[in-house]
Design a protein around this ligand. Structure first.
Ligand SMILES: C[S@@+](CC[C@H](N)C(=O)[O-])C[C@H]1O[C@@H](n2cnc3c(N)ncnc32)[C@H](O)[C@@H]1O
Length: 386
């Protein structure tokens, strides 16, 4: 069943392929669902005229589905780690007269197991994810596959181009157009050295040693984040914490330590990143094998979690969604946390001192205690009152 489409102003993308109504996810009336790099790629595809109704097209990191919707007349595979991006793609397909399954989606660590005729790649924020994706692309490219990438010029560095050169083959870039650039790559099939460095891992020492595995693109991949470390040092412990949620779990470090300190609790790990959920699951099972009650959910905040069902929610809120910055997601996380808490339940979070989460929590919960602080971070706690 299709979910109801969000009530926001849908903006029109006008490109050589046609006019398309698109919306962002999360909805935002002030921002559009595509950027000039999408327009540049679509105009490039129109200039080339290489796609037929049977050409297999693979699109990576298409934030809201602008590329896939505009090119949906040929078989499109869309790879995106983000659940929100996948929802946006489905909504935008429906809004433009296609069934939601018109584009096949792959996510997380899976790549489509099919040779493709064209690859369009939007440069992701994480260079590690780009590196992983370029290695993962190798097996799906044939001798004539056309490969074009695009991004805002300020996100394309020498190191970005070097990755394409070293993993796929000779790489050129175009001049900037509306502050974006194309990267054009010729696959050199003799270039087969090397493989993805991901997943990699580090050891986390909290009373015992935990092996923390990280797939590409995760937050604080190589070591424990300073904010998470402070929250771990002030982790709630007690018999009342029977149902604990690690919201925006990333590789799961917060929930794993909460589980260790609250041995009878069951855990729910939620993240909108498929890669995060895969990492959290791997890390949790490595730490506790099958001895604990646990669930892993790819979700937009806690939208599928029942109201008044949890005793403790832990959050280290995100500050970025790909290249955009803001606290809209943090606010949504706080509201969802309040909804899923039982009366007397607690939200405990870590935030950058300058982000002013204290005022937000006061507004939402009517109470907010500062549990600890260091030069950069603050640990806040709010409880749900009747
Ligand atoms: C700052 S990281 C924290 C990761 C981990 N909890 C830690 O402390 O290391 C924030 C996490 O929130 C996730 N996230 C962002 N938007 C989300 C949403 N709408 N719903 C659920 N998770 C989201 C990101 O994927 C990321 O893993």
């Amino acid at each position: 069943m299709n979910r109801p489409l969000p009530i926001v102003e849908r903006k029109m993308l006008s490109v050589p392929q046609g006019e398309f109504e698109l919306v962002r996810n999360p909805p935002d009336d002030n921002l559009q669902a595509w950027d000039s790099a999408d327009e540049f790629l679509l105009s490039h595809m129109d200039d080339l005229q290489i796609l037929s109704a049977h050409s297999k097209l693979l699109i990576l990191n298409d934030a809201c589905g602008a590329l896939a919707v505009a090119l949906a007349t040929c078989p499109v595979y869309s790879w995106n780690d983000s659940f929100l991006a996948q929802q946006a793609l489905r909504d935008n397909l429906v809004a433009n007269g296609y069934p939601p399954e018109q584009v096949k989606t792959n996510s997380g660590i899976d790549f489509p197991a099919v040779a493709v005729d064209c690859v369009l790649l939007k440069i992701p924020k994480s260079l590690a994810l780009l590196e992983h994706q370029l290695y993962a692309l190798r097996p799906v490219l044939h001798h004539d596959t056309h490969i074009a990438a695009a991004g805002m010029s300020r996100h394309i560095h020498k190191s970005t181009l070097e990755l394409f050169e070293s993993i796929l083959g000779p790489t050129t870039t175009t001049r900037a157009r509306k502050k974006s650039r194309l990267i054009l790559v010729e696959r050199d099939h003799s270039l087969n050295e090397g493989q993805s460095r991901f997943p990699d891992c580090y050891e986390l020492e909290v009373d015992r040693c935990y092996r923390i595995i990280n797939h590409a693109s995760l937050f604080s991949r190589g070591r424990l984040d300073q904010g998470s470390q402070l929250l771990i040092a002030h982790m709630p412990v007690g018999d009342q914490y029977r149902h604990i949620v690690d919201l925006g779990c990333g590789n799961g470090v917060l929930g794993i330590i909460a589980a260790a300190l609250n041995p009878s609790a069951n855990l729910l790990f939620c993240d909108e990143s498929h890669i995060a959920i895969a990492s959290a699951s791997e890390n949790f099972h490595h730490a506790f094998a099958q001895t604990r009650s646990v669930e892993f959910r790819v979700d937009d905040c806690l939208q599928t979690v029942a109201s008044a069902s949890r005793d403790l929610v832990l959050i280290n809120p995100p500050f970025h969604q790909q290249h955009s910055v803001g606290d809209a997601i943090a606010w949504k996380m706080f509201k969802d946390a309040r909804r899923v808490l039982v009366t007397g339940g607690e939200l405990r979070l870590v935030g950058n001192r300058h982000l002013g989460y204290h005022a937000k929590l006061m507004k939402l919960f009517g109470n907010c205690e500062t549990i600890a602080a260091d030069s950069k971070f603050v640990i806040l706690s709010s409880s749900k009152r009747a």
